[in-house]
Design a protein. Structure first.
Lengths: 153, 87
């Protein structure tokens, strides 16, 4: 995966909004992405979804999280999102989103909800499972490098 | 199973972009990440409704028509709903 260097900072900023529990920052970042047009929005969402998928897998040591774990994660994610997107990242939607990450299936969600869930979930996954000596941006860097290494190898 | 915790958020404003490196240098997890990264195309394809044939080794070559406008419209409508809810 060749990551577009003009899109990557926008994706990082959107994740930062969720990491910092700042709903306005998250919304503004998504609006900035959407304002760049269809190509940039498609690339940004594709990157965010890829990061979400790899982060969820890495957190669980390469294994698909069991359904009970997905239920638990959805509950915790929704509780976290109560501060920054309570109307979108509900327990039910979080569970559905996490399920679609591990068992890919077409969704019927509006693009805006996909964006909020992708960036919101990603920010949470990047920040909520770290050891003390790591920053969420370290985790994101590692994932992006891994994504690019697939093409390079 | 891993359990989340409340992240250290106060210091985490985030770097504006990632540092460029020669290659990934976390050997303990590289195998897991590489395997996971190989499978992401089915996820992005499903969410974005883009056939995997429309991707080339993960590069999305087909922009989803109207997606930028759709996201912007959804954000605007959500903002209006929130403002109406606040009134």
């Amino acid at each position: 995966l060749k990551i577009d260097s003009t899109v990557e900072p926008l994706v990082r900023e959107a994740f930062a909004g969720a990491v910092n529990k700042n709903g306005k920052r998250l919304e503004d970042a998504i609006a900035a992405i959407a304002g760049r047009g269809d190509d940039a929005t498609t690339k940004a969402l594709a990157l965010a979804l890829a990061v979400d998928n790899v982060a969820l897998t890495l957190i669980h040591s390469g294994q698909r999280p069991p359904d009970a774990q997905l239920e638990y994660l959805a509950q915790r994610l929704a509780a976290d999102a109560a501060d920054w997107a309570p109307d979108v990242v509900t327990r039910e939607k979080a569970r559905s989103f996490l399920g679609s990450l591990v068992d890919p299936a077409p969704t019927a969600l509006p693009w805006g909800e996909v964006a909020m869930l992708a960036f919101g979930t990603g920010g949470w996954l990047l920040a909520a499972f770290l050891p003390d000596d790591k920053d969420w941006t370290d985790f994101l860097d590692e994932i992006e490098d891994a994504l690019e290494s697939v093409e390079e190898s | 199973m891993p359990t989340p915790r409340d992240a250290k958020r106060d210091q985490q404003v985030g770097r504006p972009t990632r540092p460029r490196r020669e290659k990934w240098t976390s050997p303990a997890a590289v195998g897991v990440a590489y395997t996971a990264a190989q499978g992401v195309w089915s996820v992005t394809s499903a969410f974005l409704h883009v056939p995997q044939a429309g991707m080339q080794t993960g590069v999305v070559v087909i922009a989803v028509a109207g997606i930028g406008h759709s996201v912007q419209t959804w954000l605007d409508e959500r903002r209006k709903r929130k403002e109406e809810g606040d009134d």
